[in-house]
Write a protein that binds this ligand. Structure first.
Ligand SMILES: Nc1ncnc2c1ncn2[C@@H]1O[C@H](COP(=O)(O)OS(=O)(=O)O)[C@@H](OP(=O)(O)O)[C@H]1O
Length: 405
């Protein structure tokens, strides 16, 4: 039997005391470690709250643990993470801005992108969910100051007036890679002398990969516009929303009538001489619809492949179909689909189930989709006859039969 060593002999009497101290020490150590762990978890959670939602390093990071990637990654991962965080915050700001009621609308022709609940179409809308600064997402101030940059537009909706240009722009804005100025800038027709820097300053900020857009329907009939846009960039993509020129003329007249109820009748304005049936082509409502003539000017400066012609009629009957073509033309992923639209029976037009940044349905405002006055059938017939050769020429030039005849 081995003799008891000093270690075995001495502590015999003091053993219970030492064990109790040891146990207490162990308990304290455990609580300390637990507190440290809880503290660490909380700190890490805070980081992930403002970080990107999906794995970003490409190194198989799991969604839900992005913060860990940041801690473990090198400068490249950090840069990627920061870029993604910046993009996310900019998108948040963009969504928040879209929810605000728009400021001034160019020449006053353009009503705001009003919000209407299903069944309430035609109401003044513009309730503008999210109009208060308190609702701005965190980091808004920084974004307002310096994130993203303003670019000249790479794509412009150049016309035509009353074709459905507002609907197209507002539908396109649902796309996360499209940023557009709300009001019509009228730069290439009315404000060209203000210079490109002024124009660029009107644009919203964008990040890499986002397209800047604007719409000013009067460009299509402005003689100087093609050369001016080409001088800005000959690569600018041009979109024209066209609509049956007769309906377009009546829509144009309806708009003027709403502002000046004392103007002559449509029938009187249409003819230079009603007895001879000579059409007054100097009346802008008639002139704008001679699409083939206006298009000739554009084709002196742009190849036809750089222009997309959207059917105003199909934009109403099949908005997703037309938006598909537009997204392809702009080189965008097809994100806007039929899932985004519903037909609002009260309004009589397709509306967005929810615009970007809002959970409520959105229809265009009261000034879009007005009831037209009844026009003398004989006048309509005469106008159709007048437009027919120009329409056929236009179909030939664009390679697309719009079916107006
Ligand atoms: N979804 C939807 N909702 C409401 N209205 C729609 C829509 N899609 C196309 N339209 C048609 O757009 C016409 C107005 O065209 P614009 O926006 O180009 O007008 S403007 O030139 O900017 O004033 C407008 O013309 P009117 O019907 O004469 O008012 C509409 O027919």
């Amino acid at each position: 039997m081995a003799p008891p060593g000093p270690a075995g002999a001495l502590p015999t009497s003091a053993e219970p005391l030492s064990r109790s101290i040891f146990r207490k020490f162990l308990l304290m150590l455990c609580s300390l470690l637990t507190s440290l762990y809880v503290f660490y978890c909380l700190a890490e959670r805070c980081q992930t709250l403002s970080g990107p939602v999906v794995g970003l390093s490409g190194g198989g990071e799991e969604a839900g643990a992005p913060g860990r990637g940041v801690l473990a990654g090198g400068p490249r991962e950090l840069a990627v993470w920061q870029a993604a965080a910046q993009r996310k915050r900019l998108l948040q700001l963009q969504q928040w801005r879209r929810r605000r009621p728009p400021a001034s609308r160019g020449d006053g022709e353009e009503a705001a992108w009003e919000e209407e609940s299903p069944g309430l179409a035609g109401g003044p809308g513009g309730s503008g969910a999210g109009s208060s600064v308190a609702e701005a997402p965190p980091g808004t101030l920084a974004l307002l100051l310096d994130e993203g940059s303003k670019q000249l537009p790479q794509a412009i909706i150049i016309g035509v007036k009353k074709g459905g240009t507002r609907a197209l722009l507002e539908f396109l804005r649902v796309h996360p890679d499209v940023r557009a100025v709300g009001a019509e800038p009228h730069f290439f027709d009315r404000s060209y002398d203000k210079g490109l820097a002024w124009y660029r300053d009107l644009m919203p900020r964008t990040l890499d990969g986002q397209i800047t857009m604007e719409k000013t329907p009067s460009y299509f009939v402005t003689r100087e516009a093609p050369a001016r846009i080409s001088a800005m960039s000959k690569d600018t993509k041009l979109i024209v929303v066209v609509r049956d020129p007769v309906t377009r003329a009546i829509s144009d007249y309806t708009q003027t009538l709403s502002k000046r109820p004392d103007i002559p009748t449509f029938e009187n304005l249409t003819f230079k001489n009603r007895t001879t049936g000579l059409i007054d082509t100097s009346w802008s409502a008639i002139q704008i619809g001679i699409y083939a003539k206006h298009l000739e000017h554009w084709l002196r400066h742009f190849p036809i492949r750089q222009m997309l012609f959207v059917s105003g009629e199909r934009l109403i009957s099949d908005p997703a179909g037309e938006l598909g073509r537009v997204q392809d033309f702009l080189g965008l992923k097809r994100i806007i689909t039929d899932k985004h639209f519903y037909f609002n029976k009260t309004k009589g037009f397709p509306c967005l189930k929810k615009a970007e940044g809002s959970s409520r349905p959105h229809c265009l405002g009261k000034t879009k989709g007005r009831t037209h006055p009844e026009i003398d059938r004989e006048v309509v017939r005469r106008l159709r006859e007048f437009y027919r050769p120009f329409n056929l020429k236009f179909y030939q030039m664009t390679g697309h039969d719009f079916g107006w005849d």
